[in-house]
Design a protein around this ligand. Structure first.
Ligand code: ARG
Length: 588
């Protein structure tokens, strides 16, 4: 299906063309004065400059052409030449009925690109923390929207598993258990299959190792050496690395499963290690690498840079690869494997400089082929003090603890609201899970990704206002209306939607904006556009519900039309929430 806006833009564009003006000036948008019009076109102002005529004159000519179309119920010109449009109810009814019977809720599968999305980015041996949360939630929404639009979409978790933290952990373990076979240079295979450490061990070892390395430069040097030796292929270190990876992955998988986030690829920095040597040689042959105090660097500063972009370090003086090196090799890998049109990196905005360096170096060396490289940055989730969110004790909040907290709070809120209290324990816990995750995800996604926001559990979890639980509850209520209709055999399947009131018209117009919201969210890489839509839809529905009888309507056609509106609204709220990664409980 084509969206109403696309269709209107086509019609108004044709009118501009017929006036020998660029069709693009016929772009139609949703009116910013819904009291005056449903849609508007502001093209006459720009056309006036081209045609050297008064904008109002142009608007009048366009309107004269549009008047011949019977799809409009009202066309007016406002101010200097804004064209205001209202569609006839017949057109809106047709559209509503088409959406209602479309399982894609009116959204066309128009995507024809191959898109790789890099998000999540958990690090080996470190428990995932709230910093990974935003990447995961935003990245997952973009993957869902991209896939829904029909783009060939490949998601990759891109684990951080190849840098100095691993060297720190290897040496930390060596200090406490020096007799393990991994540290004996003479032993090169036959290592135990059981990991010498658990995830909890790693989580304790890492902060200690990091602090010791910071305090003691000799200790730091051993970690650096171990990292270089690992990357160079020392068998005992590789075997240990594999153990670290296995235990870490279990923890990561648990968190992603609770968030209902799934990846096509579980690759990491280490996966591209075999590509690094060849890539470095190629880059050197292309003349983009310079030697600088024993290190190999790529200069990426450009004339006109407002702030200096320092060179990218491709090979450290000890031969080790950097975070940037693995990111470059990963581009090479993705381009070879998938030939993508776009690679999206959903990563904290504070890594902006890193991506600027990597993208420039990739282009300089020509390794990204046709792929557009985009850093999709985001701000931080803050505590009440305005600083990145911490535990009460001031430590880093583990993602697992945060998710547990959301579940518990959801259970508490459900109890307070008298919801989900008469079902079995299993179902109640499942609902609490869904509500807790919805609260977290919606609170995050409803802010523009670049803005920081404050973690406010009570507000996120409220059943009123712009929240995940409010929207879930709205959907559950409609589900229950439809269930009751079915029980009462209040047939509506064969009744068309026929607008009779302002509230119904408003609801239909909102339903018709869904394709624009989905496309807008994708084009701007901005899930908040979708949040805005689903919240508006729930509000319009709520007005419709307050102002009209539905099940108690005695006129069969009216009742059928209204039930059909309920059905179309439910389908769209459910689909919107699904695209946001939020599930709707069967009941509450
Ligand atoms: N592991 C990184 C971190 O925790 C994030 C990885 C982001 N993706 C990338 N291709 N660099 O900061």
């Amino acid at each position: 299906m084509t969206s109403l806006l696309h269709r209107l833009t086509q019609i108004v564009g044709d009118a501009f063309s017929a006036e020998d003006l660029p069709a693009a000036l016929g772009a139609v948008s949703v009116s910013d004065r819904p009291d005056l019009a449903q849609f508007q076109c502001n093209g006459a102002m720009a056309a006036a400059k081209i045609a050297k005529k008064a904008p109002r004159q142009i608007a009048e000519n366009i309107v004269a052409r549009l008047q011949s179309q019977d799809i409009f119920s009202d066309i007016t010109i406002a101010g200097p030449g804004f064209i205001n449009l209202k569609l006839s109810d017949a057109v809106l009814n047709d559209y509503a009925n088409a959406i209602r019977s479309d399982e894609r809720c009116g959204v066309g599968a128009i995507g024809d690109q191959t898109i790789v999305i890099d998000f999540g980015g958990p690090n080996l041996a470190k428990p995932m923390h709230v910093g990974h949360l935003r990447s995961t939630i935003i990245g997952d929404c973009l993957q869902r929207v991209s896939r829904f639009l029909g783009h060939a979409t490949i998601s990759d978790v891109h684990m951080g598993d190849w840098g100095k933290p691993i060297g720190m952990l290897i040496t930390e373990l060596e200090l406490t258990q020096p007799d393990l076979p991994y540290f004996d240079a003479a032993v090169t295979d036959g290592y135990p299959s059981e990991s010498p450490v658990t995830m909890d061990d790693l989580a304790q070892m890492y902060p200690k190792a990091a602090a010791d390395c910071k305090a003691d430069s000799a200790r730091d040097e051993t970690a650096r050496h171990a990292t270089a030796a690992l990357q160079d292929g020392r068998p005992g270190y590789r075997a240990l690395w594999q153990h670290f990876l296995n235990v870490s992955k279990e923890g990561m998988a648990r968190e992603f499963a609770s968030l209902d986030v799934h990846f096509d690829l579980w690759k990491g920095e280490a996966d591209v290690d075999p590509l690094i040597a060849g890539m470095v040689t190629d880059m050197a042959a292309k003349g983009v690498v310079e030697q600088d105090q024993g290190a190999g660097i790529i200069r990426v500063g450009e004339e006109g840079d407002k702030t200096e972009i320092p060179p990218l370090i491709l090979v450290k003086s000890d031969g080790a690869a950097t975070y940037a090196t693995t990111d470059l090799a990963t581009i090479l890998d993705r381009v070879t494997e998938h030939n993508p049109d776009v690679i999206l990196y959903v990563v904290d905005q504070r890594q902006h400089l890193h991506f600027a360096q990597v993208f420039r170096a990739a282009k300089k060396a020509g390794i990204n082929r046709n792929a557009v490289l985009e850093h999709i940055g985001f701000g931080t989730m803050n505590g009440a003090d305005g600083k990145p969110f911490k535990t009460r004790a001031g430590g880093v909040m583990k993602l697992h603890d945060l998710i547990t907290m959301m579940r518990e709070k959801a259970l508490e809120r459900l109890k307070e609201a008298g919801l989900a209290d008469s079902y079995g324990e299993e179902e109640t816990l499942e609902i609490a899970d869904q509500v807790g995750i919805a609260a977290l995800k919606f609170a995050d996604l409803s802010n523009h990704r670049m803005s920081d926001y404050v973690f406010d559990l009570d507000r996120f979890m409220s059943f009123e206002g712009k929240t995940g639980p409010y929207l879930q509850y709205a959907a559950v209520r409609i589900q229950s209306i439809l269930r009751k209709a079915e029980e009462a055999d209040a047939r509506h399947q064969d009744k068309p939607i026929a607008i009779e009131s302002d509230a119904e018209r408003d609801l239909v117009l909102t339903l018709a904006h869904f394709p624009d919201a989905v496309e807008g969210a994708f084009d701007k890489r901005a899930p908040n556009v979708l949040c805005e839509h689903v919240y508006t839809l729930a509000q319009k529905f709520s007005r419709f519900y307050t102002e009209h009888h539905i099940l108690s309507e005695s006129d069969e056609s009216l009742r059928g039309s209204r039930l059909a509106l309920c059905e179309a609204t439910l389908a769209q709220i459910t689909k919107s929430l699904e695209l946001l990664g939020i599930q709707v409980p069967k009941r509450m």
